[in-house]
Ligand binder design. Structure first.
Ligand code: SAM
Ligand code: SF4
Length: 330
């Protein structure tokens, strides 16, 4: 078992399989990004070894993310490999966070590999706004992907970053649509990660305010539902759908943190909001056996910090951390 200094059990690992992406969401990336040279990346075989080592250390849930995980070449091979742990009972869940651009092509393969639920990031239902937010994304392709995922039997949760003056007028419509389609919806506060081309203080929308506003029109009942992540859920009584709030800024959820993140170069971040990290790549490459790797993982977990201290305000315009969300994986 992996237990940190604050007695939190680490049972959830998010693995970023690439830092590259076919979109350039304004809150996530600058339009012109420098990505890692491909040789820096862990191979798919190394990622498989890494995932297996975590499963053997008691991890029950793995999420693949990025960048855009589904643009990594042959990623389905990795998904099948990790999916075997689900089939064998060593892992409760293998899931993915995706922008949806490739879903129409791979939804069936994901199901065959043992994936049951996916998160699709979708901030708006308006094609023009979608273009403005994602810069390079194709709204209709993503909608086709979401439909394909539903048709293939995947449970779909939509993630929307709440952006002041951009999509705040759309939450009612999104709640209604998700209710009709049977999708869960989670709203996320913007986090101060990485240099982007815009000013984050202009985009930040506290979800405490959004929730209070939604409660004027919808009956929101707190429910104890959890997917092992940081979202707090309510049931929207009018639709029967679930609505989650991820509030790293207005309500810090670090006390129940059960996860670590590994980048595509094998760097393990014990906290999304802190710099300290453990190098797992050197340990992975040191030998074919996993002893050095397991030692490096345990070493990192022993340094897992108590929490992050994100702040977005006018005095602190610089990002809390230089690395982008696409590096650590959302
Ligand atoms: N490309 C995939 C996607 O968009 O779903 C997976 C990676 S993306 C980095 C994961 C999630 O992080 C997305 O839901 C995205 O909206 C969110 N995200 C990116 N930058 C963020 C930021 N600065 N604050 C809050 N959420 C962010
Ligand atoms: Fe790409 Fe996801 Fe970042 Fe958008 S949020 S730029 S889709 S990694």
């Amino acid at each position: 078992m992996l237990v940190d200094p604050f007695q939190r059990h680490v049972t959830y690992v998010r693995i970023s399989v690439t830092d590259r992406c076919d979109f350039r969401c304004a809150y996530c990336m600058a339009e012109h990004m420098t990505f890692l040279p491909k040789k820096e990346l862990l191979s798919l075989e190394e990622l498989d070894r890494l995932a297996t080592a975590f499963v053997e250390l008691g991890v029950r849930k793995i999420r693949l993310t990025g960048g855009e995980p589904l643009v990594r070449r042959n990623v389905l091979w990795l998904i099948e490999r990790i999916g075997r742990h689900v089939q064998a009972g060593g892992l409760d869940e293998l899931t993915i966070t995706t922008n949806g651009s490739q879903l129409a092509r791979v939804a069936g393969d994901l199901v065959a590999a043992g994936v049951r639920r996916i998160n699709v990031s979708l901030d708006t239902l308006d094609a023009q706004k979608f273009k403005a937010i994602t810069r390079w994304g194709d709204f209709y392709k993503v909608m086709d992907g979401i439909r394909a995922a539903k048709a293939a039997g995947l449970h779909v949760k939509l993630n929307a970053v709440a952006l002041k003056g951009v999509n705040e007028d759309e939450f009612d419509r999104m709640i209604g649509w998700c209710g009709e389609e049977g999708f869960d919806l989670t709203l996320i506060e913007t986090m101060p990660l990485g240099e982007i081309d815009e000013d984050r203080t202009e985009q930040y929308l506290p979800l405490s305010r959004v929730r209070a506003d939604l409660a004027k029109r919808w009956t929101l009942t707190d429910i104890p539902y959890s997917t092992g992540g940081p979202a707090r859920y309510v049931r929207v009584e009018e639709t029967g759908g679930r609505l989650g709030f991820i509030t790293p800024l207005t309500h810090n959820f670090c006390e129940s943190c059960n996860r670590v993140r590994v980048t595509c170069t094998g760097t393990m971040y014990m906290c999304l909001g802190q710099e300290d990290a453990a190098d797992l790549r050197t340990a992975l490459r040191a030998s074919e056996g996993n002893a050095a790797l397991v030692a490096a993982i345990r070493d990192g977990i022993a340094r897992k910090p108590k929490g992050h201290d994100f702040v977005i305000d006018r005095r602190r315009r610089a990002p809390a951390l230089a690395r982008h969300m696409s590096v650590t994986g959302g």
